[in-house]
Ligand binder design. Structure first.
Ligand code: KIV
Ligand code: ZN
Length: 388
């Protein structure tokens, strides 16, 4: 029997952008969205259409451009937010509205100032309203990680009845621990009578460094969508990192008994692109995408590697997009080598003119520097995009 596929929902452009200092322009978001599509991400959360006119435009232009992935907009459980999300998603081949309301006692009492029964009523109203505008509706119980399980069962059953086809269980403040979070997911699926009518999703924050572990524990217990971001970008300590989730599933598929549809060879280019655009560097020892993730320093390890690669490697660098035969770029390099390296970094050009301009700038730089590094290329392309 083949392994079931976990839906990869990327929220780099929405939750990722909530990292202080990570805000992106519409064009930058579009470039990242194209890279996520090449990665074969199932759902791209493009933004929060109601948040600002800029966010609305970004969601709309991603909806116009992206054809292979579902494009999603976040919205509070409010009519005006949902209408705005639906408007931005109109051009999408496949659009999804993701509506949410908080369900934990602390959020309901101090933030929403609402009684639990009113929260259920508002959630049901929001999902019904969204379903009148679009077929694909996701409902999230914000701060589910600190919510009462009986209340979660009640609101989830009601929102599935109202038409939500994905139910997301966020650990908004990164409070969960793996065995307990997995147990919560199993309990919800077992106790909610109409649970089979929806896909259960998780959205884990990394405040205790457990976002990936909690997400995988949820998958083992029946979750079939994971929300994550490139490089683990996101509010505070970030979200579960896409590259770690995907490669854990790929490397331990027999143990986890699931798969993903991700084109893993695009992971490093996507990671570089997000880092270059946001200015958030990737720590060298970051799993999968850090510069040292596949480097072997000690003599014993190098000796083992030379004898048999699998002595110290559980996955292949080239499977995640590391270019092991990297060409050195310098002043003698041609346009083709330049274009190839750029596309390995996830950088594409709108037209020949933009390529020519970037190549001319590269040549000017190469006259001043003996070797051009990836960071130089990222900076160079940002200059071209900013001047056009
Ligand atoms: O962390 C969170 O609860 C969220 C929701 C809006 C899904 O980002
Ligand atoms: Zn979040």
């Amino acid at each position: 029997m083949s392994n079931e596929q976990v839906i990869i929902f990327d929220t780099t452009l929405r939750d990722g952008e909530q990292s202080p200092g990570a805000s992106m322009t519409k064009d930058e978001k579009l470039r990242i969205a194209k890279s996520l599509e090449m990665l074969k991400v199932d759902v791209i959360e493009a933004g929060f259409a109601m948040a600002s006119p800029g966010d609305f435009d970004a969601v709309k232009s991603i909806a116009e451009t992206i054809k292979e992935s579902t494009v999603c907009s976040l919205s509070r459980a409010l009519e005006k937010d949902i209408d705005r999300a639906a408007e931005a998603l109109k051009p999408a081949s496949r659009g999804r509205i993701h509506t949410f309301i908080a369900t934990s006692p602390i959020h309901m009492q101090h933030k929403l100032c609402m009684a639990p029964e009113d929260v259920v009523e508002q959630a049901v109203f929001a999902v019904r309203h969204a379903r009148n505008l679009i077929d694909d509706v996701e409902f999230s119980c914000e701060d589910a990680g600190r919510s009462d399980i009986d209340f979660l069962c009640r609101i989830i059953e009601a929102t599935i009845d109202a038409g939500a086809s994905t139910i997301n269980i966020p650990d908004t403040v990164g409070y969960a621990v793996p065995h307990q979070f997995g147990h919560t997911i199993a309990q919800l699926i077992e106790r909610i009578p109409n649970a089979d009518k929806a896909i259960f999703s998780v959205h884990c924050h990394n405040d205790l460094g457990l976002a990936v572990a909690n997400s995988l524990s949820a998958v083992v217990n029946g979750a079939r969508q994971v929300e994550c971001t490139i490089n683990g970008l996101g509010e505070r300590a970030g979200n579960a990192s896409l590259e770690e989730i995907v490669m854990a599933i790929k490397t331990r598929k027999d143990e986890l008994k699931v798969t993903t549809g991700i084109n893993t060879a695009q992971i490093v280019p996507a990671s570089r692109l997000v880092s270059g655009i946001t200015g958030f560097p990737i720590q060298p020892n970051k799993a999968i995408v850090g510069a040292n993730a596949f480097a072997h320093e000690s003599g014993i390890h190098q000796d083992g590697m030379l004898k048999h690669r699998e002595t110290y490697e559980i996955m292949k660098a080239e499977d995640v997009g590391w270019n092991t035969n990297r060409l050195t770029l310098g002043k003698l390099s041609g346009r083709n080598a330049f274009k190839t390296r750029m596309s390995e970094l996830g950088i594409t050009f709108a037209d020949q003119e933009e390529l020519n301009e970037a190549f001319a700038r590269f040549k000017q730089l190469a006259d001043k520097k003996s070797e051009i590094f990836d960071d130089d290329l990222q900076a160079l392309v940002s200059d071209v995009h900013n001047t056009n």
